[in-house]
Design a protein around this ligand. Structure first.
Ligand code: C2O
Ligand code: CU
Length: 450
């Protein structure tokens, strides 16, 4: 299994630019280590199984040939618990935390950047003050101590910076693997792919147009594999893909590409002279079959049971809450309101332990472009999409790749589209964000608290 894990971990790197990720996996042993450095002060009542110190810091890593590249990254170490819980990919550039459900985790963030920062645990159920709301950003030299129990099911979650107005700039980096070639053997792999780009939508497809078997989305495994001719992945979304190279011969090369599509920018947008606009095709990574391996694994027809989608459980089954994406004074907003650090409106207030239907609509703004809607602190289900007739031709170029199955925390909303979601508010009360994950939209005042 270790080869598989290794390959899968590397596979997403070239697929996206990203900061880092946290994977809640069902594996991983816990070994306790008494050694403790000097962490920030946490809650002495919280008995952490895993204690990690992360430094948001500037340093140099070898990414391109020649001189090392100056980057902002998370460095860190495990202070208590399994030292293997924290790993680094791409020459130390990308941190990966492996945690398991039920584990109590303490993370001491030290800000060594020259500006405020805070970490958001994208997709995880955590208390509001542990969720990385921009109002909790810390100044240079300060610590923020996160303490939470891992409640989510196994899946690929990720963590990233979330300070107001600087999220895009702090996350924007390359992925650390230029011209990446993934060596594989003639067997099956599970590839975990995260779109960590600021604003790029990927239409992932193989150069020989083989279909892709999706086995997981944002919040973990699907009920059954979903076959797609290509996969449409918007910023912050994740997919787990099952790929079997068993019928390929040694020496075969395959390229994972982002294929051409239209419609992400429908109206009023200023394209300017972008070298690689959203929708242009390009190569992401190359897979080279290097070895024979006769291990036969077949993809099960059923993966895990998921609770049924029951819209009738919603408090507003006949009356979905509508959130229109709007723009005023060149600043993005929701229902005409821009982000307020502490302000919440009545429709944005929900009851703990309730289920509701929300509908995001992308049809009223003077500038119609694709958005990637994310809700903090929960996982939702996608109930329905409707696209207005005028927008169908662009939409058709990527619609077959949408994967709305399973538990999600981020969803693509195309121009002229309505997306209806079923959300369950549970575990923690408090102020959580929902916003577009196109980070420049987010930074231009798009965050609204829920
Ligand atoms: Cu990954 Cu508020 O975001
Ligand atoms: Cu947006």
């Amino acid at each position: 299994m270790s080869g598989l894990e290794d390959a899968t971990r590397r596979a997403f790197l070239r697929a996206s630019t990203l900061s880092c990720l946290v994977a809640a996996s069902a594996s991983g042993l816990l070994t306790l280590r008494p050694a403790r450095a000097q962490p920030g002060v946490g809650n002495s009542q919280f008995a952490a199984d895993l204690e990690v110190q992360l430094h948001a810091t500037e340093n140099h890593v070898p990414i391109l040939r020649g001189e090392p590249t100056r980057v902002w990254r998370y460095d860190g170490k495990v202070l208590r618990g399994n030292p293997g819980s924290l790993g680094f990919l791409s020459h130390g550039y990308l941190p990966v935390l492996r945690v398991k459900r039920g584990q109590k985790v303490r993370i001491d963030l030290v800000n060594e950047l020259p500006e405020p920062t805070v970490i958001h645990w994208h997709g995880l159920y955590v208390p509001a003050d542990m969720d990385g709301h921009p109002r909790n950003a810390i100044a240079t030299g300060q610590h923020y101590v996160y303490e939470f129990e891992v409640l989510n099911r196994a899946g690929t979650y990720w963590f990233h910076a979330h300070p107001d107005g600087h999220t895009g700039a702090q996350i924007y980096l390359v992925n650390g693997k230029p011209d990446f070639v993934l060596p594989v053997a003639t067997r099956a792999y599970r590839l975990r792919i995260l779109n960590g780009s600021n604003a790029r939508i990927y239409k992932l497809g193989w150069s020989d147009r083989s279909p892709l078997a999706v086995i997981g989305t944002d919040g973990g495994l699907l009920e059954k594999p979903a076959m797609r001719p290509y996969i449409t992945l918007s910023p912050a979304e994740r997919v787990d893909v099952w790929v079997d190279f068993g019928s390929r011969s040694v020496g075969t090369e395959l390229t994972l590409q982002s294929l051409a599509f239209d419609g992400a920018m429908a109206m009023g947008g200023m394209m300017g002279d972008v070298p690689l606009p959203n929708g242009a095709s390009f190569d992401i990574l190359k897979v080279r079959v290097e070895q024979r391996d006769n291990t036969k694994t077949s993809l099960p027809a059923r993966l895990v049971p998921l609770p049924a989608l029951r819209p009738q459980d919603a408090v507003n089954v006949r009356n979905p809450k509508v959130f229109n994406i709007t723009m005023g004074m060149m600043v993005w907003g929701v229902n005409g309101r821009r982000f307020e650090m502490n302000g919440v409106t009545r429709p944005e207030t929900v009851r703990l332990n309730s289920t509701a239907i929300w509908e995001f609509r992308n049809e009223q703004s003077m500038m119609l472009m694709a958005h990637s809607m994310h809700v903090h602190g929960l996982q939702f289900r996608v109930l329905a999409r409707t696209i207005q007739p005028d927008f169908r031709s662009g939409y058709r170029t990527l619609a077959a790749g949408l994967v709305d199955d399973g538990w999600k925390d981020t969803v693509l909303l195309m121009p002229g589209e309505r997306v209806r979601l079923l959300l369950r508010f549970e575990h923690y009360a408090g102020m959580f964000l929902y916003h577009c994950h196109m980070l420049e939209h987010e930074d231009s005042g798009y965050l609204v608290a829920a």
